[in-house]
Design a protein. Structure first.
Length: 159
């Protein structure tokens, strides 16, 4: 079954739900998890007046934040008794979705597990969807774990 599970993490509650599911799967199958955080410099820079404001100091802060995020997530996985390692990448090397697939392929992951907001319509069009692109482009299975607020909202609508 699954022996190598790649889990992209970004510190969001949605990402934490994906990690939680990956831990459950790893405990069932004896898999090793690889946590991946992409320092998304492009998104950060596009939110500013100009990309030229992205200084070396800011990049270093983003990397340090990513390293801390990975350390916390790694400690959570280790506490659950699951084998784990972690990788930090920079997005200047490509789109986040491409880097996730590249890492999964290079590591020969059996599965990618990630959280998704499950956006639809205009919000998906405006915000894009790395999760959707990962599903479309990955050669290995992908498990999407929806955000709790999305699941709760759909449950209320169905009632």
């Amino acid at each position: 079954m699954y022996q190598k599970i790649l889990v992209p993490v970004d510190g969001s509650p949605t990402s934490a739900r994906g990690l939680q599911e990956a831990i459950k799967l790893a405990k069932l199958t004896g898999a090793k998890l690889r946590l991946l955080h992409v320092v998304d410099q492009i998104s950060f820079a596009s939110g500013m007046e100009a990309a030229s404001m992205m200084t070396g100091e800011m990049l270093q802060l983003l990397r340090e934040g990513g390293e801390q995020l990975l350390k916390k997530a790694q400690a959570r996985v280790e506490k659950a008794g699951v084998r784990v390692d972690a990788v930090l990448c920079d997005s200047f090397a490509g789109r986040v979705c491409d880097l996730v697939i590249e890492q999964a392929t290079a590591w020969r992951a059996d599965l990618i597990v990630l959280g998704t907001h499950g956006r639809r319509g205009f919000s998906r069009l405006m915000m894009g969807s790395d999760a959707e692109m990962i599903v479309r482009l990955a050669t290995m299975p992908v498990l999407l774990v929806r955000a709790k607020e999305t699941v709760d909202a759909e449950a209320k609508t169905a009632s």
